[in-house]
Write a protein that binds this ligand. Structure first.
Ligand SMILES: [Zn+2]
Length: 359
């Protein structure tokens, strides 16, 4: 056997495999889970394709406990920018308060969020600190942010067992109809089946899921156990409609974009609770631009009047799989390279060990 021939064959195979993996990772041609802007413009008048904004309020627990004026500042800023930014919805990611038994904290949270009542549609959900932990109590959550508070709003969709612990809202903007869930920390299978049924009732709506614990911040780009459970039972089976999952709980900023049956599902973690002044008012601005079929994420603190612009705080939700899904092809590729080298060196070793007749 010829060593050079073996080496060349090994290299060629590695190169082919690399190209295949790169193509898989970057070049997949898929059908997006919404109409393109061109398709939409044929159905809707261009005036309907206006840009619009959703504001995300991650864990406010320490504001409710110690810095209520920062929470106030967030909702006041939303009111003042409602028209200029076309803010159509505000979503809270849970842990509204730090201690579910503290009336003072609920009072503070209520003062801040009440500013939105009658002004901007919004949804809340209970995190572990709001009483959704195993030994917690959701009485205060539902006393302050219960079913009756929202049930008369035109945009309120409903709630699991008519209790606002798990709820959904409906809104339309930019030529699309949306359904947004607010699902509690550690939802039971029953709750996830209920949410699945709700999606089935609205087959033409684009779906956003807000929840508390979903993307795991401590390990790079992975879902938590609760997140995996929600992915398996709610998000993945409805990936043709669910395009965005928002979560907090872990003090990080992480983006996971998964590709499921040709649909991109963006799953974002944002939580700033351990920063100076318990978060300094940082929130997320999600800007939808239907005309160019683009969704952009910005991180902003109205309290500091500052944007955070590093790559995990400000980005476009492009149709690319993130590292999480990228790692598998890369790992296989590296394993293949190492295996090729080992095989080549082993064969070479045995060939060179054989005594040559002419020497
Ligand atoms: Zn939490």
């Amino acid at each position: 056997m010829n060593f050079k021939l073996i080496f060349k064959t090994g290299s060629l195979l590695s190169l082919c495999f690399a190209c295949l993996m790169l193509n898989l990772a970057l070049g997949i041609d898929v059908v997006p889970n919404s109409m393109t802007s061109v398709e939409k413009s044929m159905i809707y008048p261009m005036s309907d394709l206006e840009n619009f904004t959703i504001i995300v309020l991650p864990d406010t627990q320490y504001y409710s406990e110690n810095y209520p004026w920062i929470f106030d500042n967030q909702t006041q800023w939303i009111l003042e920018n409602k028209e200029s930014r076309n803010i159509v919805f505000v979503t809270h990611l849970g842990d509204v308060v730090d201690h579910w038994w503290s009336i003072e904290e609920w009072d503070n949270a209520n003062t801040s969020l009440s500013k939105l009542d009658g002004n901007v549609p919004y949804g809340v959900l209970p995190g572990n600190h709001d009483g959704a932990e195993p030994n917690g109590d959701l009485t205060n959550y539902n006393n302050y942010f219960g079913f009756d508070r929202f049930n008369n709003e035109s945009w309120y969709g409903g709630a699991y067992k008519n209790i606002n612990t798990n709820n959904y809202q409906l809104f339309s903007a930019g030529g699309d109809d949306y359904l947004i869930f607010h699902i509690q920390f550690n939802p039971s299978d029953d709750i996830l089946f209920w949410a699945s049924d709700v999606i089935d009732q609205y087959p033409n709506r684009r779906v956003i899921v807000s929840t508390h614990n979903y993307v795991h911040g401590y390990y790079s780009n992975s879902r938590s156990g609760m997140g995996d459970n929600m992915w398996d039972k709610l998000v993945k089976p409805h990936a043709d409609q669910v395009f965005l999952v928002l979560s907090g709980h872990y003090e990080y900023e992480v983006r996971i974009t998964s590709l499921e049956d040709g649909n991109f599902v963006h799953q974002l973690l944002s939580d700033y609770q351990n920063r100076a002044d318990s978060g300094n008012g940082w929130l997320r601005i999600i800007e939808f631009s239907p005309n160019i079929d683009e969704i952009s994420i910005k991180t902003y603190s109205p309290y500091l009047n500052k944007y955070e612009t590093d790559s995990n705080s400000q980005f476009i939700l492009d149709k690319k799989i993130t590292e999480n899904d990228f790692m598998l092809p890369i790992s296989i590729f590296l394993a293949w390279i190492i295996l090729s080298i080992v095989i080549t060196l082993t064969i070479r070793y045995f060939i060179l060990r054989r005594p040559r007749k002419n020497q």
